[in-house]
Ligand binder design. Structure first.
Ligand SMILES: *Cc1c(COP(=O)(O)O)cnc(C)c1O
Length: 490
């Protein structure tokens, strides 16, 4: 009876490959042509635009059961998705902290998907390339060839991997086997009050808790205050905690401030702390001829997190974490699995890359970094970093020339914090006015900025991590902010 109710199963075997390859070839050519035009004409489009309701409704449709011709599927994307991007590839996108992608990286992502390799490891070319890109990151940071590292989804994961190793090394017990309950004195990690929120999430996930991350006050330049740091460490020791790890930030997300890495490396070494640098913004300054001096000392870190999808403009996602001590890195994640035994020859004869992080299956992230670095050479990426910093200085100059605009934090690298500030305006009214300016800039498709609050002062924030930005774009920003400010001031 049951068998009768079962749907008929045909003997013909199926595949996801097309029945007609020439159809798919024609469509693929069209996708590439449209994509190249899309990038070429990026300046002509608004940075961002609100979606009409009929577009939003496309994303509420339920699971498709029947097939649709691929041409129609692509038409949906072309009509409803491509016109409504986040906007971070636009020359006037400066919100939060993004990269602006690049066409070579996009081709690489396509090729990586076509080859489809799994970077969990194995003896194949993509795995060699993955390790090679890690080696290039070591070279860029001045780490020795014997250092270790891995490519991950981004900076948050890079920091989590680093803090996991720091915790394990400094716990004083076999934390992998016995867990955090076995730790005798509660561990303490230190960072400035400007630290990125991913560190909080990391300490929570590591079972140490948010309170284990002590936020140390910052000076007028928003760098960690070293005297306060030293005082907190000795206070904690006296109170029975175990100071374990110092997290320096090379380029804070609020204002781009760079902690004094040499001084912190010395302090970490004096105090026996793991020294981690969150360099998601600023580690790559190391390749920028005019600004590398700002991160001198970075190679003294036990671990560094960096983000090729920010200042190398790789398409999302790719982050990287490096470790001076290769055995500490592997010691935190290596496991041996009966279903992943190595063999003397063949596919399983190479290193398992999944033993350097939390993922088993790993995407082929290296290719987009590799191809763009070969195409342009690392020197050009360094110059583009210097260019963004020069642009931030240029914008700072424009702001300083206009008495109604106020700089709210010192410009260190490529982040400018300012506000429209008419004489005598109350704080709350000024905040509302600046938010309205920011929203109008977005809604009119002119520019995307974000806002933040630094040491209690609300401001607009321009993070120029963008290889398409030109000075004239910053002229437009100032001009339009002044226009909107005047329009909106009662
Ligand atoms: C961006 C950023 C992160 C997080 O990196 P993701 O790539 O977004 O995960 C961490 N720290 C700093 C300082 C950052 O700017």
């Amino acid at each position: 009876m049951d068998a009768l109710r079962r749907p008929a199963i045909s003997d013909a075997e199926e595949t996801l490959d097309p029945t007609d390859w020439s159809d798919v070839r024609a469509l693929a050519h069209r996708v590439v042509d449209d994509s190249i035009d899309y990038l070429r004409d990026i300046r002509k489009r608004p940075v961002w635009q609100e979606m009409p309701a009929e577009v939003e409704s496309v994303f509420e449709e339920l699971l498709p059961h029947a097939p649709t011709p691929l041409n129609e599927v692509y038409q949906q994307i072309s009509d409803n998705l491509m016109p409504y991007p986040m906007g971070n590839i636009h020359p006037r996108f400066w919100s939060w902290y993004m990269g602006s992608s690049n066409v070579t990286g996009a081709l690489a992502d396509f090729l990586a998907a076509i080859q489809g390799s799994n970077l969990g490891g194995g003896n194949h070319a993509a795995a060699l390339m993955d390790s090679q890109v890690v080696n290039w990151c070591k070279e860029m940071m001045g780490f020795s060839p014997s250092a270790s590292g891995t490519l991950v989804s981004g900076g948050s994961m890079a920091n989590l991997i680093a803090l996991t190793v720091a915790r394990n090394v400094k716990a004083g017990v076999d934390i992998r086997e016995d867990g955090v309950d076995a730790v005798e004195k509660p561990l303490r990690f230190y960072a400035s009050d400007q630290v990125h929120s991913c560190h909080r999430k990391a300490l929570e996930a590591l079972g140490l808790g948010n309170k284990a991350l002590r936020r140390i006050p910052t000076d007028a330049k928003l760098r960690i205050d070293i005297a306060s740091l030293r005082a907190s460490i000795s206070e904690d020791r006296a109170a029975g905690f175990q100071p374990a790890c110092l997290i320096a930030t090379a380029g804070t997300v609020n204002s781009g401030a760079i902690d004094d890495l040499e001084a912190l490396a010395n302090l970490a070494s004096d105090e026996g702390l793991w020294f981690h640098v969150d360099g998601c913004i600023g580690a790559l300054l190391a390749i920028a001829p005019a600004n590398a001096y700002r991160v001198s000392g970075i190679a003294r870190a036990d671990s560094v997190a960096l983000d090729p999808h920010k200042w190398l403009h790789a398409p999302f996602e790719v982050g990287c974490v490096l470790f001076r001590d290769a055995s500490a890195h592997r010691g935190a994640f290596a496991v041996s699995q009966e279903y992943l035994e190595s063999t003397p020859r063949g596919l399983a004869s190479a290193e398992w890359l999944y033993e350097y992080g939390l993922q088993t299956t790993r995407g082929f992230r290296a290719l987009k970094v590799w191809m763009a670095l070969w195409e342009h050479g690392v020197a050009k990426f360094g110059r583009l970093i210097d260019q963004n910093i020069a642009q931030a200085r240029y914008l700072t100059g424009l702001i300083e020339q206009k008495p109604i605009l106020e700089l709210v934090a010192p410009t260190s690298i490529n982040i400018v914090c300012f506000r429209y500030s008419p004489d005598g305006i109350e704080d709350a009214a000024r905040k509302a006015l600046n938010i309205e300016i920011m929203l109008r800039l977005q809604e009119e498709g002119i520019a995307a900025l974000s806002d933040t609050t630094i040491h209690g002062e609300h401001c607009l924030r321009v993070a120029i991590n963008n290889h398409r930005t030109r000075r004239e774009d910053l002229d437009i920003l100032v001009q339009e902010a002044l226009r909107l400010g005047a329009l909106l001031t009662p």
